[in-house]
Design a protein around this ligand. Sequence first.
Ligand code: ATR
Length: 280
Amino acid sequence: MAEATKKAFVTGHPVKHSRSPKIHGYWLAEHGIDGSYEAIDVAPQDFAEFVATLRPAGFRGGNVTIPHKEAAFALAERHDQAAEEIGAVNTLWFEDGVLWGGNTDGHGFAANLDDYAPGWASNGPAVVLGAGGASRAIIQALKQRGIADIRIVNRTLARAQELRDRFGTGISAHGMAATNELLADAGVLVNTTALGMHGNEGLSADPALLPAHAIVTDIVYVPLETPLLAAARARGLKTVDGLGMLLNQAVPGFERWFGVRPKVTAELRAIIVADLVPKA
Ligand code: ATR
């Protein structure tokens, strides 16, 4: 009997803007795998039922995006270490009949910097703008890479303090007023807020205050060059856009579901870049 098509998914609410089907579809075709990867919109109240139907429906696993990452964490039977640290799951898979939840966002973040700013983890203190869901994965990755001084800056100080308490040693929490001072000796600046996304212009930190060796990165990738990255580039600083994080976070999931570790290539990047033009 022929082996059944290998099935995976991405779920979110909404999910129609997700670029994940394009990324995984590219790799499925590249490797000639009899597989599928579909986007499934699931409302929050239906998420638990959706997860319960994955096994009978024959899914090997899939990706989970906003707003389901915490619910997926709660529903997974086992977690990898990153998911445990972050408290959220972006990748689900079955292993010996057990539903595992992992988090590959931090991996995507670090792998992107490895590609475009090798040695970044030895560049000095990191300043992280924002203390939302996305910020957690960044902090997990920074800690995992041994950054000893991580400074979280957030409009709402209490949220930054919550993350500091969650991640512990080496992390400090600050309100926006402290930003300038914190940048003066920083080696890495990461924006995890939606500031700078299309329709949400604004800068919450001035890269001109950073030392000349600093690296500036943004997890926002629409537009590819955010106002923060543009300002950093104008100052001659090294910048890394957020698209590589998206591409790299997809790698471990594909490997789990389809059995091949795929590569993030210039061709794949170009395909996704072509798709980033804002849709009216
Ligand atoms: P995500 O899961 O994408 O990180 P989130 O949990 O809503 O989204 O967090 C958004 C982050 O952007 C938060 O750090 C938020 O600051 P607050 O915690 O104070 O809300 C930050 N943010 C959003 N709009 C902002 C603005 N206009 N100025 C400063 N920070 C902003």
